[in-house]
Design a protein around this ligand. Sequence first.
Ligand code: NDP
Ligand code: A1CAB
Length: 252
Amino acid sequence: MKTITFIGNGNMALSIAKGLRHNYKIEVAGRDIEKLNKFESELSVTIEKALMDDFNIEGKTVMFCVKPANVEEVAVKLKGKARVVYSVLAGTKVQKLKQHLNSDAVVRSMPNLAASVGRSMTTLTGDEAFKEEAEELLGAIGTTLWLGSEKELDIATALAGSGPAYLCLISEALADGAVKQGMKRADAMAAMRGLFGGFGELIQEIHPAILKDGVMSPGGTTAAGYGALENGNVRASCIDAIEKAYKKATEL
Ligand SMILES: NC(=O)C1=CN([C@@H]2O[C@H](COP(=O)(O)OP(=O)(O)OC[C@H]3O[C@@H](n4cnc5c(N)ncnc54)[C@H](OP(=O)(O)O)[C@@H]3O)[C@@H](O)[C@H]2O)C=CC1
Ligand SMILES: O=C(O)[C@@H]1CCC=N1
């Protein structure tokens, strides 16, 4: 069994490790042994645990899972040259990763929150020689899409990486609206969850404009509600959200 070495033991590392645990040996380097023990018990398989100080990555396949602001601080603790580094860090460029981490190759990946249920939409870019391996590894937590440039990965970060938070805002607001009209909170939440469950399947097959036309009856409820969303500039706000999040990715 091949070993995958995680640097960082946070949420994203745990989600990816859960996808890989039955087909790979898992090694994790962190800065707190208690957190490493917790990681192991949540993973329910035996893992190699190590503290980061002086941790040797020589020849290893590394899954780099710390925050973008901690690259330098973590990198100076590591020694040796990795075979390949897979980074999940938002916005952090291949050039910066190569500058601080000693590795023969670097692949950037951008998973999303649904990694925790094995349904991540993960975009990838970087060293083409590792495309197949990257798709196999990150494929363990959902769907992958290889992109041709870091610019596109940063845009995809704004869309699919941050996207769950935007959909949370919309889902919570829609349920709040139903409560405002007199629906019980628990019923409003159940109806909202059912909506997203069915919609999640439909949108895989059908263009959103066609779906919308299929829902909207002349002079009906959907047209009334949809008009309110247009008056609230929801479409422009979504386009603006992607612009702002992409810009932030270029600044991290
Ligand atoms: N959350 C999400 O939806 C997504 C996140 N990402 C990316 O994943 C990466 C990790 O995010 P996530 O797992 O959510 O974050 P977490 O906060 O859960 O995990 C961050 C990890 O980094 C470690 N760490 C932080 N600072 C240091 C330091 N100075 N020295 C050593 N270790 C450090 C933390 O250690 P400790 O536990 O000891 O604090 C922890 O193990 C980020 O770069 C983010 O951009 C990408 C896509 C989606
Ligand atoms: O908000 C962030 O910066 C990270 C990247 C995508 C999702 N979370």
